[in-house]
Write a protein that binds this ligand. Structure first.
Ligand code: NAD
Length: 336
């Protein structure tokens, strides 16, 4: 059976997801929706669309400016949402109520209450919901996860995760620069590492964070420390006050240091205490492609969603909310 899919929000991530859905076996991309009609550049979509990096074959797609109208007219199995974060919950809930399985970009929503409404809608409609926490599908992070789980280099002593960028002034209507719509850097950017630390190590025993309000009106600069009783210490830094994009990690194991993303050589490196260094190179591919392929396989019934279940991505939003509380109260907190 071919799954009919649509993408809502044809900006940076929407174009990426449309590319993937147009290439996956067993999927037919039939509709694109963006409230700014001009963002879907071709009138009747009978020709290819230039998405910037690549050309998308949208010859079978119809274009819409309103998701509800699209849901009324199309018979869809899958809706991929890549809209501003304040719209994740209302649009995901509407799409699931209309009978669609929903892939929704991260962060899941602006609050845990909204996340809970999305989870309830998924259960009530019997439709799958997956949030695009792409680091869970990122080769280098996955390689680190395997080292942590296997104990190849001994016990993990400490882990630092860093994600720095400049202010994102390229989004539609500049929605990302408004913390009421994006949650600021702490929810939009730093959440990536929060989610991965949760995925890899579980909930911390306690956390403390220090943060600064920035141009978005929310926390755009954050340093968090997570502690695990009997386990590693984790330091997570996020910022939109940097001058360029950088994502790095450094893991200190008993017998080796593993690092990724550092200029001028961003490759994953294992530096053994003996002094021997091993460089590991990704086989290629893209986490954005792999996460969508995984979701489609879950919808098709080929696998259970054990990598990125929505309950766990709800927990990463909860941990960011705890960090916000910790920063504003100036004290450590214990996750429930
Ligand atoms: N996984 C990642 O690495 C990553 C990276 C960047 C952004 N994101 C997430 O992806 C989502 C989209 O971000 P983006 O960078 O693509 O933003 P963007 O501004 O480039 O694209 C958003 C699109 O949604 C459209 N839109 C707004 N309201 C709409 C509505 N009611 N109906 C239909 N379309 C509507 C806009 O016109 C725009 O084209 C956000 O949740 C963001 O946090 C994820």
């Amino acid at each position: 059976m071919t799954l009919k899919a649509a993408v809502v929000g044809f900006g940076g991530l929407g174009r990426t997801h449309a590319q993937t859905l147009s290439k996956l076996d067993g999927v037919e991309l039939v509709a694109l929706c963006d409230k700014h009609a001009e963002r879907i550049k071709s009138g009747d979509l009978a020709i290819n669309i230039d998405t910037g990096a690549k050309t998308l074959d949208a010859s079978k797609c119809r274009a819409y400016t309103d998701m509800k109208e699209m849901l009324r007219r199309e018979k869809l199995d899958i809706v991929a949402l890549a809209v501003p974060t304040d719209l994740h919950a209302p649009l995901a809930i509407a799409a699931m109520k209309a009978g669609c399985h929903v892939f929704c970009e991260k962060p899941m929503a602006l609050s845990t209450r909204q996340c809970d409404s999305m989870l309830a809608a998924s259960r009530a409609a019997g439709r799958q919901l997956m949030i695009g926490q792409c680091l869970r599908f990122w080769w280098e992070y996955d390689a680190l996860l395997k080292m942590i789980r296997s104990g190849t280099h001994g016990k993990l002593i400490s882990l630092s995760l860093e994600r720095l960028g400049n202010y994102p002034d390229w989004t539609a209507d500049n929605w990302m620069l408004d913390s009421k719509r994006s949650g600021g850097a702490i929810l939009d950017l730093h959440l990536h590492d929060v989610d991965w630390a949760l995925y890899a190590l579980g909930k911390p025993t306690r956390l403390f964070s220090s943060a600064r309000i920035g141009r978005t009106g929310g926390y755009d600069e954050v340093a968090a420390v997570w502690e695990y009783d009997g386990g590693p210490m984790v330091a997570i830094r996020g910022s939109w006050l940097h001058t360029s994009f950088l994502m790095t990690f450094r893991a200190i194991f008993e017998n080796a240091v593993v690092e990724y993303g550092f200029p001028p050589d961003p490759a994953l490196r294992v530096i053994r205490r003996s002094g021997q260094t091993e460089k590991m190179t990704s086989p290629g591919g893209s986490a954005y492609f792999d996460e969508m392929k995984y979701f489609v396989e879950c919808v098709a019934g080929a696998r259970e969603n054990s990598v990125c279940p929505p309950e766990s991505t709800r927990e990463s939003v909860n941990l960011v909310m705890l960090e916000i509380k910790s920063a504003s109260k100036g004290r450590p907190l214990t996750p429930a």
